[in-house]
Design a protein around this ligand. Structure first.
Ligand SMILES: Cc1cc2nc3c(=O)[nH]c(=O)nc-3n(C[C@H](O)[C@H](O)[C@H](O)COP(=O)(O)OP(=O)(O)OC[C@H]3O[C@@H](n4cnc5c(N)ncnc54)[C@H](O)[C@@H]3O)c2cc1C
Length: 194
């Protein structure tokens, strides 16, 4: 069954491409969205023209210099919530990843978030800042831990729009379908909270 579905999808894409190949695609805007669109269109054989109004591509995802400091115009980090990873994989690109370090401070008291366990450092930071509020601090930490669990589900798998479930039948049945149930339960929980 999966074999037939894969074959059918391949024929459909081939027929569609043959029909479309005579056409050029004009993409407006060289931000992450436009650049990704062009990369995929070229991969599937379309002729493309990218129009960017500025003298550089990247859109919001760029840095600029002022008075010796480097500032991010938008994103601090590209975080793989199930999209960037499979997208790069499908384009055959390898990008070196660096750890995404964050520092949090209250006054001069600072902690560095290195891993999930850093939540204990954050708890200690709050307790130092508000020594008489242990109950409130515990509640805040429990709420953050709940959100972390929800995020694990929401961003827990490769995005099926990008990952091509038809090419990965084991993933489809072994990971995607069980995840879908957890996803629906988590979304329901989040809606109930609001
Ligand atoms: C403060 C801030 C922090 C963020 N932090 C994060 C983060 O930590 N992690 C993360 O993943 N994302 C983050 N984001 C989101 C991320 O920056 C955007 O989702 C992403 O860069 C949007 O890409 P885009 O291609 O859709 O749009 P844009 O980056 O806005 O690109 C649009 C492009 O189109 C061009 N353009 C517009 N009009 C025309 C026209 N008429 N003709 C030709 N060209 C045109 C523009 O010059 C631009 O280059 C952040 C965003 C902001 C603002």
């Amino acid at each position: 069954m999966i074999f037939v579905m894969r074959r059918f999808a391949k024929w459909f894409v081939m027929a569609y491409n043959i029909g479309m190949k005579q056409k050029k695609v004009l993409v407006v805007g060289g931000g992450l969205a436009g650049l990704s669109a062009v990369a995929f269109l070229r991969k599937y054989g379309f002729e493309t023209i990218l129009l960017e109004k500025n003298d550089h591509c990247g859109g919001l995802a760029r840095s600029f210099e002022r008075k010796g400091f480097t500032w991010d115009a938008g994103p601090r980090a590209l975080i793989d919530g199930g999209i960037i990873g499979p997208l790069l994989e499908r384009l055959g690109l390898e990008l070196p990843m660096v750890p995404s370090r964050v520092s949090v401070g209250i006054g001069n008291d600072m902690i560095h978030v290195e891993s999930r366990d850093s939540i204990n450092d954050y708890k200690a930071l709050l307790e130092r800042a508000r020594p008489g509020s242990k109950g409130d601090v515990d509640r805040i930490i429990r709420r953050i831990q709940d959100v972390m669990k929800d995020m694990d589900v929401l961003y827990g798998i490769e995005n099926p729009m990008i990952y091509s479930p038809l090419k990965h039948p084991l993933w489809l049945f072994g990971i995607f379908l069980p995840w879908s149930l957890r996803f629906i339960a988590t979304i329901g929980k989040i809606y109930r909270f609001f």
